[in-house]
Design a binder for this molecule. Structure first.
Ligand SMILES: [Zn+2]
Length: 272
């Protein structure tokens, strides 16, 4: 009992020692694993994932993923710079890949490592739909949602009692895989909380609009996601990103704000 109490105490201390400010909300958030440990782990996992899967190169779709990804990255950087967060993306090593796999999924790992599966393209339907998904996934990464989820999990398991942890040890590497859910075991990723989803929707709308993509289309994308969720077991993306009327209504409500945000960057019309 006593040792448990000790763990909790250390955990609380760790929490205060290891907070990072979320530039999108100004809120302090938990970050037990520093980026200089997290990013190299993510980069290695990403390379391993690419080596074990069929990366599509040189097709129109593959080029579209790269093009949208680059525009979203530029938009995120412009937004961060304009809001006083110069250097926030210094350690990011953006990469965008399309993988030949019928799974309905897309993700962005810490440090800007993005994968789209060919299976999500029919629901994305067009480049703006891809931008809506990309904006949302990049937003999770920028807001360190995976990091917060992993930190909370590590704390709960009593792994992270020392303020921060070495990602090199096996237990924490397993936790990384569990909370980021990729590597060789696609599909084990735990869903984000509703609050994180709402936050990623909002940030995603802003950056897609600043990248020149019409934010009105995000709600349309989620309508298609919803239509696709009928029937048997939901596809991967839908099981971790449940779509519902509240989400769609929220996106519709926020789209005008995203357009105003984009106008600050001189974006007043959107790509076809
Ligand atoms: Zn999400």
């Amino acid at each position: 009992m006593k040792s448990r109490k000790l763990i909790v105490t250390f955990g609380i201390i760790a929490l205060f020692l290891s907070c990072a400010t979320n530039p999108f909300t100004g809120k302090k958030t938990m970050a037990l694993v520093p980026n200089d440990q997290l990013f190299p782990t993510a980069f290695a996992q990403y390379d391993q994932f690419l080596s074990e899967n069929k990366v599509v190169k040189g097709t129109k779709d593959a080029e579209m993923i790269t093009r949208v990804g680059q525009r979203i990255a530029v938009a995120a950087e412009r937004w961060l710079n304009a809001n006083g967060y110069q250097g926030y993306l210094n350690d990011y090593k953006w990469e965008y890949n399309l993988v030949d796999d019928k799974t309905v999924n897309a993700w962005c790992m810490p440090g800007g490592k993005i994968v789209f599966y060919t299976g999500i393209l029919p629901i994305a339907a067009n480049e703006t739909g891809v931008a809506a998904i990309m904006g949302h996934e990049v937003a999770h990464a920028l807001a360190n949602h995976g990091q917060q989820r992993m930190s909370a999990g590590l704390l709960q398991q009593g792994v992270a009692i020392a303020g921060n942890i070495a990602i090199k040890d096996e237990k924490s590497r397993n936790a990384f895989n569990q909370y980021y859910g990729i590597g060789s075991t696609v599909g084990v990723m735990l869903p984000f909380s509703r609050a994180h989803e709402t936050e990623a929707d909002r940030i995603g709308l802003y950056i897609m609009a600043i990248a020149g993509y019409n934010p009105d289309e995000a709600a349309e994308l989620w309508k298609r996601m919803k239509a696709n969720s009928g029937g048997q077991a939901p596809p991967e993306f839908l099981s971790t990103h449940p779509s519902n009327d509240t989400r769609i209504a929220n996106l519709q409500k926020l789209a005008p704000t995203a357009k105003k945000e984009a106008a600050k960057f001189g974006i007043t019309s959107f790509r076809e």
